[in-house]
Design a protein around this ligand. Sequence first.
Ligand SMILES: *[C@@H]1O[C@H](CO)[C@@H](O)[C@H](O)[C@H]1NC(C)=O
Ligand SMILES: *[C@@H]1O[C@H](CO)[C@@H](O)[C@H](O)[C@H]1NC(C)=O
Length: 307
Amino acid sequence: MASSTSAASNSPVLILSLSIFLIFPPGSFASSKWKIPQPDVDLLEFPLNLEFLEAEFFLWGSLGYGLDSIAPELTGNGPAPIGVKYAKLSHPVRDVVAQFAFQEVGHLRAIKNTVPGFPRPLLNLSSESFATVINSAFGRTLWPPFDPYANDINYLIASYVIPYVGLTGYVGANPNLESPSAKKLVAGLLGVESGQDAVIRALLFERAYVMVKPYGITVAEFTDRISYLRNQLGHAGVKDEGLVVRASEGPEGRISGNVLAGDKNSLAFGRTPEEILRIVYGSGNENKTGGFYPKGADGRIAKSHLE
Ligand SMILES: *[C@@H]1O[C@H](CO)[C@@H](O)[C@H](O)[C@H]1NC(C)=O
Ligand SMILES: *[C@@H]1O[C@H](CO)[C@@H](O)[C@H](O)[C@H]1NC(C)=O
């Protein structure tokens, strides 16, 4: 005991790490180590809400277990998600979703290595929660209720709902960031989130005219309705487009296939945190929680809209 203590205290590495620890006590360490200003911290913490949702949805969907098994240290002991399930997927789709799932674990770690963050918020990922979004999108109650976990097509449609919103948030946050380390992190997150969105859209695009059973509605119409709903909830104009649009709305106004969404110069749309909250709460109002976040999202920006 005594000899191992003296051996350890002779170690320059240990002395160095102890002195770093004294200069930056836990808590202040994460953000002060990069000298990230508070507005950047707020903008980097906000997307944790979406990354937690994506991580749980993709982990459970592909593997049948979530962050509590894979990376419990990232949950901050936040409550377990409600109603999330193992999905009935073909091998290739399951494999892609598992890759997304592990990518989200990395994203959570990268954000938490940069800013203090917060515990996993309560997430409602039940079939009913997705069915509610789909019913709102169609303005009527589909019967039987839409089940995101039932098969490849339903799961991909449910996935269409999520990474795209995260991606518009990163595009929206970027011009408001001050510090190079925050910009670097957001660029890295944006690159992979937009890649996920592209893969999901490409898999759906191949099936654009397949009828979603038993509704007799095409995949293309599902995406169109979901995008229209998000535009309505966001209250900020058109920032969302389905897989097949009027040619006047496609790339350069010349083609109706729309495998990626973009503005008139095919640049990605950006959304503010408030627009995102209106969408993910399903309420059209950043001060009215619900949807995937029964108790609301966490972090300074989301909390500032709640009492
Ligand atoms: C989850 O969402 C469904 C559909 O909106 C709702 O019926 C259910 O009460 C929600 N669960 C919780 C705990 O909020
Ligand atoms: C929520 O915001 C709306 C405007 O978007 C406002 O009219 C309403 O009073 C707010 N409600 C609360 C509880 O703050």
